[in-house]
Write a protein that binds this ligand. Sequence first.
Ligand code: SAM
Length: 285
Amino acid sequence: MSEFHREDGVRRVGQVKEITSLANPIVKDIKALANKKAREESGTFIAEGLKLVIDAIELGWIIRTLIYAKAAKGKPVVEKVAAKTVASGGLVLEVSEKVMSSIVRRDNPQMVAGVFEQRWRPLAGLKPKKHETYVALDRVRDPGNLGTIIRTADAAGASGVVLVGECTDPFSVETVRATMGSVFAMPVSRASAEEFLAWRKGVDAQVVATHLAGSVDYRTVDYARKPTVLLMGNEQSGLPDDLAEKADTRVRIPQQGRADSLNLAVATAVMLYESRRHLLSLEGP
Ligand code: SAM
């Protein structure tokens, strides 16, 4: 189709809209996804990078809009993603580098970005099975920490991340960036502290809470005994008593030196790799 017409400064060639104006309303809507409110209202988020977009589509995530910079035009792999986007009812935008920079809010932006539908795994449907590990995060605040934890959980073979209480948004630009694509592979659930406690009562899993006052060395727990939920505390205040007390075990990672505690993402990585040590090998699953 070689149809060509103008509307709101948009040039439409075939199925692709060309946009060069920062004032374009579609661009404004996409830029608004930097704000949590707009992400919640639309149920969407932005992911940057061609590989990420391809992986997400392959994993069945629904792409609403594919955005690519002019310089990526004609690249077979980009054309292929564009065709898939159109086939699934999405929109394809070819934008100037200036528009791309303003959408992803950085200079030298990636050539490709996608607006995807958010996906949450309902906690009620989660039934931990043998050899499964979940990470439950109490009020995680830092987007970089959450992204790193999602990435590490994916790498360590965990089955999901549960956000307990008021947490930072897993679909923010910073978190998605820090996940390096793992946000598309790692199911994320959310729950209030009460919902989390009600859920854990109904499932056959051991909850291992990490606490600076824990009396059990984290290396002495039998993680193979049952599916395990690693419960991690907030960056500033740690785990509140009502959550820590309801865990099956409260463990501590020994420390030497002057540091009061480990960074939350680091502590989660240590726990993930220890609790899954018997399941991980260089030969793969
Ligand atoms: N001031 C907070 C406190 O008193 O708990 C420090 C919180 S720490 C930065 C964030 C979380 O990382 C903790 O709630 C815990 O889940 C985990 N963590 C950090 N260092 C740990 C350690 N040595 N042993 C067990 N958990 C630890």
